[in-house]
Design a protein around this ligand. Structure first.
Ligand code: PEP
Ligand code: MN
Length: 265
């Protein structure tokens, strides 16, 4: 079998540049923001506050993959326009999920990094089309994907010429249902040991419980993760989606301070 681009024997460790942020380098990077983009004013307030506490990249879903078709599906292109305006005003890069190949052309200039969500990790046409762009990609792990299936998904993007791929461990489905998912930190250790791609951890979807997000954030960094993606909100209980796992901006600030001062326990 041909060597894979993701393997360390195929080349050096990859670093991915998003705006002026380098993922996979010396510095740990922090991505945060609400689960969904809700409106311009709240997004602007959150972006300013998050940037102030040291968040490097702003997140917010415009296209939302919801379990029920009757739940809020996101503001879609209006959401992308909001993200773009906020990004320019505050001076912070944006990552957001694109779910459909038909949306790539219209979205590409509005965002700095494309998120491929857990439900789309196996969408090979989407992966190939994203691979034809040079945009940085945040590739979330499928909720029941093995490590090698996830790495092959990354390979699909890279084989098309786009090596700007960052993996995101977001928990897998197991028999355990106290937590929303089971955060697989083994995956982080394996990727850092044997593969070229940077990897960040999403303890929000990985746990589903805001009270353990700080602890699992520190654990992820101790395991070697290059950064974190955490859902936060100015008023977490009023988030339109994933309120239960969403933390305050103050709590985000604590997590960043602990990690920067290397107080991991
Ligand atoms: C998200 O990050 O908002 C999201 C939908 O995550 P996932 O694809 O991991 O479920
Ligand atoms: Mn969410």
């Amino acid at each position: 079998m041909k060597d894979l681009l993701v393997d360390l024997k195929s080349g050096d460790k990859i670093t991915v540049q998003v705006g002026n942020v380098i993922i996979g380098g010396e510095e740990k990077i922090f991505i945060s923001g609400p689960c969904s983009v809700e409106d311009y004013d709240s997004m602007l307030t959150m972006a300013k506050e998050l940037k102030n506490v040291g968040v490097n990249i702003l997140r917010g879903g415009a296209f939302k993959p919801r379990t029920s078709p009757y739940d809020f599906q996101g503001l879609q292109f209006e959401g992308l326009e909001i993200l773009k305006k906020v990004s320019e005003k505050v001076g912070i890069p944006i990552v957001t999920e694109i779910m459909d190949t038909r949306h790539i052309d219209k979205s590409i200039d509005l965002i700095d990094m494309i998120q491929v969500g857990s439900r789309n990790m196996y969408n090979y046409s989407l992966l190939k089309e994203i691979g034809k762009t040079k945009k940085p990609v945040l590739l979330k792990r499928g909720m029941s994907a093995t490590l090698s299936e996830w790495l092959y998904a990354a390979e699909y993007i890279m084989a098309e010429g786009n090596e700007n791929v960052v993996l995101c461990e977001r928990g897998i489905r197991t028999f355990e249902n106290y937590t929303r998912n089971t955060l697989d930190l083994n995956a982080v250790a394996v990727i850092k040991n044997k593969y070229r791609l940077p990897i960040i951890v999403d303890p929000s979807h990985g746990t589903g419980l805001r009270e353990i997000v700080p602890t699992m954030s520190l654990a992820a960094i101790a395991t070697g993760a290059d950064g974190l993606m955490i859902e936060s909100h100015i008023s977490p209980d009023n988030s339109v989606s994933d309120a239960r796992e969403t933390i305050t901006i103050k709590s985000m600030e604590h997590i960043i301070k602990r990690i920067k001062s290397r107080k991991l326990y």
